[in-house]
Ligand binder design. Structure first.
Ligand SMILES: Nc1ncnc2c1ncn2[C@@H]1O[C@H](COP(=O)(O)OP(=O)(O)O)[C@@H](O)[C@H]1O
Ligand SMILES: [Mg+2]
Length: 319
């Protein structure tokens, strides 16, 4: 059995967008993205809103048909044909626990639904036992089973969503900004729970966030995305201590550090301008319009993501 659970190769997701009456142009939401995730490992995926993180997650799970590239899960290519049996192995936890759970369903029904769909019990008693076990796994009380989703706080709703994802015993979960909608005081609790579940169940995560602070403790490695492309991938500590791509450097410079001496010594790098429209991307490197190191070469050709040693990959001509 290979150590690699998920392999994403040159994944592309272009959405056709109307430009006039008869014409559509491609919005390159994900453009040539490649990475791997090991069994039981967490890869963090960070980048600002609109850079394509959710689209990567949804395309891996084949909620969208990819425009190009390939996803290999557990040695098998994920295609439209075999998606039914793969659905059990790959799950998603959504960003907004308010809109992703039907408020009129009871906790029992929400968690029981995937058990029903995949016929994972032989009688009502077993179904009930499985639901209670899942609730205990995510720290919900048994007496909550008959309550409705709308009666719960954001953090508790996210626990219900996680129990629902775990119901089919998946090997891999896309966690799409699972704490972004929660109060800061609750975020750490929920992240810790994801970590504990991983230790216990050996499940692998693609952990998406727009904030580096959120992913850096939970992730073994981190991939940084900008306008549909991965610009840097490295071990979590390496990325935090030795960021190479100017975009990663600016993201890190915005992360608060508890030590005032370090904060004083470190300069905040504020990026100029706005993120370009994905419908009107700059030529060459898409970050160049906001990059203080940009040269003529950057406008001509897009730099490839290349290994700078020890699995630290950077896509930049000047680094
Ligand atoms: N179904 C869709 N149709 C057209 N454009 C989309 C669709 N989903 C996302 N996009 C566009 O793709 C880009 C990436 O979106 P998304 O993956 O949601 O980014 P993120 O999760 O990083 O905020 C954005 O420009 C967004 O407007
Ligand atoms: Mg998103």
């Amino acid at each position: 059995m290979s150590d690699i659970l998920l392999e994403v190769k040159n994944l592309k997701q272009y959405f056709p967008v109307r430009a006039g009456l008869m014409k559509t142009i491609p919005l390159k939401a994900v453009d040539d993205v490649s990475f791997t995730i090991g069994r039981g490992e967490t890869l963090g995926l960070v980048g600002e809103s609109g850079c394509g993180k959710t689209t990567v997650g949804r395309t891996i799970l084949r909620l969208y048909e990819p425009t190009g590239g390939e996803v290999i899960f557990d040695g098998e290519s994920v295609t439209a044909k075999n998606i039914t049996h793969m659905r059990k192995q790959m799950q998603m936890v959504f960003q907004d626990p308010y809109s992703s759970l039907d408020p009129r369903m009871t906790v029992e029904d929400i968690i029981g639904e995937p058990l029903d769909v995949h016929k994972l019990y032989s009688n009502r008693k077993e179904r009930r036992e499985k639901i209670l076990e899942l609730m205990a796994t995510v720290g919900l009380n048994a007496e909550h089973a008959t309550r409705y989703a709308h009666e719960f706080s954001g953090g508790q709703r996210q626990r219900i969503g996680i129990a629902r994802a775990l119901a089919v015993n998946p090997k891999f979960i896309v966690c799409d900004e699972p704490v972004s909608a929660l109060d800061v005081s609750i975020q750490a609790q929920v992240i810790n729970m994801f970590e504990e579940l991983q230790e216990k169940l050996g499940v692998a995560y693609l952990f998406i966030a727009h904030d580096l602070l959120v992913v850096r403790h939970i992730s073994k490695r981190i991939a940084v995305m900008y306008l549909g492309k991965i610009v840097e991938v490295a071990d979590s500590d390496e990325l935090n201590e030795n960021p190479q791509h100017p975009y990663t450097q600016s993201l890190l410079s915005a992360v608060p550090i508890p030590d005032p001496d370090i904060t004083r010594a470190r300069q905040r790098i504020v990026l100029e301008g706005d993120v370009p429209s994905p419908l009107n991307m700059p030529t060459g490197c898409s970050f160049r319009t906001r990059c203080r190191y940009a040269t003529e070469q950057c406008a001509k050709e897009c730099p490839a993501l290349t290994d700078r040693g020890d699995g630290h990959f950077v896509a930049c001509w000047n680094k």
